[in-house]
Design a protein around this ligand. Sequence first.
Ligand SMILES: Nc1ncnc2c1ncn2[C@@H]1O[C@H](COP(=O)(O)OP(=O)(O)OP(=O)(O)O)[C@@H](O)[C@H]1O
Length: 277
Amino acid sequence: MHLVETRDLTHTYRGNVHALEGVNFVAERKSRIAVIGPNGAGKSTLFKHFNGILKPASGEVLIRGEPITKENLREIRKFVGIVFQNSDDQIFSPTVEQDVAFGPTNLGLDEATVAHRVEEALHLLGVEELRHRVPHHLSGGEKKRVAIAGILAMEPQVLVLDEPTAGLDPQGVADLVAFVNRLPDEYGMTVIFSTHQVDLVAEVADYIYVMDHGRIVASGTVEEIFTRPELLARTRLDVPVIPKLIRSLQEGGVAIDMAYTYEGAKKSFLDAYTRRA
Ligand SMILES: Nc1ncnc2c1ncn2[C@@H]1O[C@H](COP(=O)(O)OP(=O)(O)OP(=O)(O)O)[C@@H](O)[C@H]1O
C-alpha cells in the first residue's frame, strides 16, 4: 500500500484553469521525492490535494489506501504535514514557541508532550534561540524554519515542503538538506518537496516527478531524469551542474564515471585522477 497516491487526479480552478490533468503520483514509506517543474506547472496544487485542502474535480487521492473524507480529515492532517511556500500564511502566534506549540496543542496532546515536541522541533530546525521572538518580525529564512518546526511538532509521517529552500541563505540550505536526509532513517518519515534548484535535487531525493502544464511529464530516479537534457530543457529546467560537467569531460575523452551528488563527484574525480597517475 502506498502512503500517498493520486489516480488520474484532475483539478480545475475557477475561471476554467486546468491546474492538474490526469496526475498519477505515488509515495512510499521512507522515500524522498522531488517534484520539479516550471512556474505554474501545478506542484503546489498537487500538494494541496495530499491533505484535503483541495478536492479533486475528478480522479482520486488515497492516503494509506483510503480516500480523504470528512470523517478522516483530521487524522489525515496529522499524517500528512504541509509547509507552504509563503511562511507568513502559517505563522500567527505571539511567540515562536507558542506558534510551534499550536499544532500539537490542537491535536489534543497533554502539556508535557506538547512541550517535549516543541523542544525537539526547535532543536531539529536550529531555532531554539528564536523561541521568545515575535514570529511576524523574523527574517524570511527564520520564518521558514519556524514554519517547518511547527509542522514537524505534529509528527507527521509524510512531510510535504513546497519550495523549502526559497529565501534561505547557503548555510540554511545546507542545514535543510542535512535535516531532510535524517528524516527517513531516523524518524521513518517520507519527504515530498518541490524546488527550482535542480542542483539540490540529487542531494535530497531518491525519486523525481517532473511536472509541466498540470501533467506529470516524466518520473524516475535521479539518474533516469538527469540524463535527459531535452526533457529538462522542454520544461524550462536545466541539467544540474555536476552531471553536466562530467558529461562534457566524458565527451572530451576523459575517462570519468558519471555522478550526481557532490560526494559522488568527488569520488569520480579522485578515481579518474588516480587512474591517470
Ligand atoms: N487559487 C487559484 N485560482 C485560480 N488559479 C490558480 C489558483 N492557484 C493556482 N492557480 C493556477 O493553477 C496553475 C498551477 O499553479 P500552482 O501554484 O500549482 O503551480 P506551481 O507549479 O506550484 O508553480 P510555482 O513554481 O510558480 O510555485 C497556475 O496556472 C496557476 O495560475
